[in-house]
Design a protein. Structure first.
Length: 248
């Protein structure tokens, strides 16, 4: 399946989105709510592009638009730039001090009137990635609550959630670092709860919470040795090297 992006021809696969083809070929399309493994949210709207099919053209979100044979995609036009600027302005008004948003502000030369900048700065842009991550993990400890200007990501009634396992997946996927995760003396604090951390049996570093470890072991019905991802990769690489040397 062949498509054109900014005048160049690229090969795509059935079921892929424009964003997936673009990212695979090093084409920059800005996005806040897109992350590998969490595709299809289409909330931030920064990834707007123009798609031409025959004599018709339309503005679509690249992260959710499925590719079709022969379509032509333009990632930058005057109209798209104007729309992105409007979106960045709204993000700036919500989170004026956020580092990533400030990068977009500089790139697109956006400036908000000082009187519209809110004082109670909130890094959360309501993209929903953290909620999606929690849902995929299977705990559903957080969700988008309320409506309008009071909409936010939270635990039920803002209380410590009994379903939270402190894994930190929500904080890891957050594009603006809005979710606060603190660790000290073997304790991780997130969403108003404290969790005991577990040490890697090889390197001795804390790498996950006891609740998260139990959750995974229950899901997999196994009781594996406590090893962090870094040490697992090193161990796998070492075993592969030994097997390779044995063969040759």
């Amino acid at each position: 399946m062949l498509i054109k992006i900014d005048g160049k021809t690229y090969k795509g696969h059935p079921g892929e989105t424009l964003m997936e083809v673009a990212r695979r070929n090093g084409i920059n399309i800005p996005s806040l709510c897109y992350k590998k493994g969490f595709e299809g949210l289409g909330r931030c709207r920064l990834c707007l592009v123009e798609v031409s099919e025959g004599k018709r053209s339309k503005i679509v979100s690249a992260c959710v638009y499925p590719i079709k044979e022969g379509i032509e995609v333009t990632t930058i036009t005057d109209e798209i730039i104007k729309m992105r600027k409007d979106i960045i302005l709204l993000l700036l008004l919500r989170a004026p001090d956020n580092e990533y948003i400030q990068q977009l502000v500089k790139e697109y030369e956006v400036k908000a009137p000082e009187r519209y900048i809110q004082n109670d700065n909130d890094d959360c842009i309501l993209c929903g990635l953290c909620v999606k991550a929690c849902e995929k993990l299977g705990t559903k400890a957080i969700s988008l609550v309320n409506r309008g200007i009071t909409k936010k990501v939270s635990t039920p009634y803002d209380d410590p959630s009994k379903d939270c396992i402190g894994c930190g997946a929500c904080a890891e996927t957050c594009p603006t670092n809005a979710i606060k995760l603190e660790e000290s003396n073997g304790i991780r604090t997130i969403w108003n709860r404290d969790f005991d951390l577990v040490k890697c049996s090889i390197c001795g570093k804390y790498y996950t919470t006891l609740d998260a470890l139990k959750f995974i072991e229950d899901k997999l019905a196994s009781n594996e040795e406590h090893i962090c991802d870094t040490c697992k990769k090193k161990s796998t690489a070492s075993k592969f090297k030994e097997s390779f040397q044995h063969i040759y």
